[in-house]
Design a binder for this molecule. Structure first.
Ligand code: PGA
Length: 247
């Protein structure tokens, strides 16, 4: 899975141009799934621009209630209604700036799965946590806190994205070894939650400064099953090259 997280970027004209610019690569990508995550306001525009191209539409966030007095929020039902099949949950920017916790991540995952949205669940440590050798403990807490109580069927509708916070938007990509180590640990943790067989089938994406020049090496790692891409997903040439990774 190659997923673009557009964050708070793009106008409607830019969104259309961007999708048109990656459609050729997406059509040629037979063994990989391409996902774009525009802001809420552009989901409908993006859906139209996608047309019949094999590109899935993700929202960047959702509320856990189906409807109600929650000013400023958007529900899973609304996302389905507008044509989303995927939703990003627990991105580090939500955790850092908007009070997202493992408990709210868990609620959002439940809501997404209830309406048939595929959840892309983000985890990752800060620089300070990495320097204090807390990476695996932090990831373990986030995985357990977010994914506890889910059965094997739920894991079929879920992708994990490992995004070290220090590598997001900084140009500092984790080394392939650093990423692979954490991905392998995540797979092991998933195994303790749901069993090794199911854990083997869960895709684990890497995110954090993925670019055309580092994607091939990352994707060659056995436990890296895709990428969640911020900055480079806003450039159709760069994202097309990421979709076309070779390993
Ligand atoms: P980046 O962002 O590719 O710009 O580092 C990744 C993300 O936050 O998903």
């Amino acid at each position: 899975m190659l997923a673009g997280n557009w964050k708070m970027h793009t106008t409607s004209a830019e969104a259309t141009t961007l999708i048109e610019g990656i459609a050729t690569a997406a059509r040629a990508a037979k063994d990989r799934e391409v996902v774009v995550g525009p802001p809420f306001t552009l989901l409908e525009t993006a859906k139209r621009a996608i047309g019949d191209a094999p590109i899935s539409l993700a929202a960047q966030h959702l509320h856990w209630e189906p409807k109600g007095a929650f000013t400023g929020e958007v529900s899973g039902e609304m996302l389905r209604d507008i044509g989303c099949s995927h939703v990003i949950i627990g991105h580090s920017e939500r955790r850092q700036f908007f009070g997202e916790t493992d408990a709210t991540v868990s609620q959002r995952i439940g809501a997404a799965l209830r309406v048939g949205l595929h959840a892309i669940v983000c985890v990752g440590e800060s620089l300070e946590q990495r320097e204090n050798n807390q990476t695996l403990a932090v990831i373990d807490t986030q995985i357990r806190g977010g994914l506890h109580g889910l059965d094997a069927a739920a894991f079929a509708s879920l992708t994990v994205a490992y995004e070290p916070v220090w590598a997001i938007g900084t140009g500092k990509v984790a080394t392939t070894e650093q990423a692979e180590d954490v991905h392998a640990a995540i797979r092991k943790q998933l195994g303790t939650l749901v069993g090794g067989d199911v854990a083997e089938t869960v895709r684990i994406l890497y995110g954090g400064s993925v670019k055309p020049d580092n994607v091939d090496a990352l994707m060659a790692q056995p436990n890296i099953d895709g990428a969640l891409v911020g900055g480079a997903s806003l450039d159709p040439k760069a994202f097309s090259r990421i979709i076309e990774f070779s390993n």
